[in-house]
Design a protein. Structure first.
Length: 356
């Protein structure tokens, strides 16, 4: 592909979406089908956890043919959501990329599932980078089955009524506002996991999402993020020039935080897959856990097990072999509310001990 012209702005695609919607899977699809495009990636984690970046490296993204990390290929911002850390980390990373503008055709930023996209888009108006980068588009990924379940409905009153009727659910969650704000900034919405939805469910979610979008914003259906790159890249929206017209719940706040969310990491020795999955399912029933993701060492298996859970649904597969000299350990990230690491760890260890 022809190098980026020195006077052309580098297009930036911002991929946002709620926890477990499939952002990383979509990014893997884009990079696996880049067709010669030289794409720099910024992965933004919630908390200093580093799991999504490791998932991408595990697929060979950011690595050379020998499996070694390639300098400058993958950038991680690991101190909260992008819009909370732009002044400390975002600008220096973008300036590093600017120095290599002749080597880069596009930039993709995968935001934390808890991030608000609007402040990030507005950051591209900063003088230091305004003449170098432009926001090609904001792509919001929606977990279709989760939205269909009513967890992230556009009508918060209806959601609150449903939650209050169920004593097992949190009644004061701000998740619907985050969901709506991520939609409000979208230039394209990817309705993901449609293979898990019937026609009626899909129509229900499309109607729910459409209420939050301008007419010109398209909703496209996908399974595991598999979409033509021509649809995802090259939209030329220059979103930083119009983002001020998009209303959000946080427009009148001087700053925002995610203090209501907890994130913690629990490391364990190798553990039986079915035992762990059953234990995690039990924890989700007993605690307010929104997201679980991480890597598992399974006794007798040379491959690393990748586990990702949203609510009561867990997906898992072996993503790569353990490398020579690599510590074979289980490392899980939990995101939720009022989480107690000691309690969660004790429950997991008790479940493991019961099978010995």
């Amino acid at each position: 592909m022809t190098p980026q012209a020195s006077n052309a702005k580098i297009p930036v695609t911002i991929v946002t979406g709620f926890l477990g919607s499939g952002k990383t899977t979509l990014l893997r699809h884009i990079l696996g089908n880049a067709e010669g495009r030289r794409i720099a990636v910024i992965v933004n984690e919630f908390g200093e956890l580093g799991i999504d970046g490791e998932i991408l490296r595990g697929c060979g993204i950011g690595c050379d043919d020998e499996g070694n990390e390639r300098e400058g290929a993958l950038y991680e911002l690991a101190n909260g959501c992008v819009c909370c850390t732009v002044q400390e980390e975002f600008l220096p990373v973008m300036l590093q990329l600017a120095e290599r503008r002749g080597d880069i055709d596009a930039v993709i930023i995968e935001t934390s599932g808890l991030a608000l996209p609007k402040p990030l888009v507005q950051a591209f108006q900063w003088p230091d980078i305004a003449n170098i980068f432009t926001v090609d588009s904001v792509v919001t990924v929606v977990d279709g089955p989760a939205a269909a379940s009513g967890q992230f409905a556009a009508n918060p009153q209806a959601v609150d009524a449903q939650r209050r009727a169920d004593p097992n659910l949190d009644h004061e969650s701000p998740l619907h506002e985050l969901f709506e704000d991520q939609l409000s900034a979208a230039d394209l919405v990817v309705l993901n996991k449609t293979d898990l939805m019937d026609d009626a469910m899909r129509a229900q979610v499309e109607a729910l999402v459409r209420e939050e979008l301008p007419p010109e914003v398209k909703i496209v259906a996908a399974t595991e993020g598999r979409l033509p790159l021509a649809l995802l890249l090259g939209q030329s929206r220059a979103a930083e020039t119009t983002i001020h017209l998009r209303e959000s719940h946080h427009d009148h706040e001087e700053e925002h935080d995610h203090d209501e969310f907890d994130s913690l990491v629990i490391e364990l020795p190798p553990v039986d897959r079915e035992v762990l999955l059953a234990a995690l399912a039990a924890l989700v029933e007993q605690h307010t856990i929104y997201r679980v993701k991480g890597f598992v060492a399974v006794p007798g298996k040379p491959m690393r097990l990748l586990v990702q859970g949203v609510g009561r649904r867990f997906d898992h597969h072996f993503d790569r072999r353990w490398r020579d000299g690599e510590a074979q350990r289980t490392r899980l990230v939990f995101i939720g509310e009022d989480l107690n690491e000691a309690v969660l760890r004790e429950s997991l260890e008790r479940a493991m001990a019961a099978t010995v």
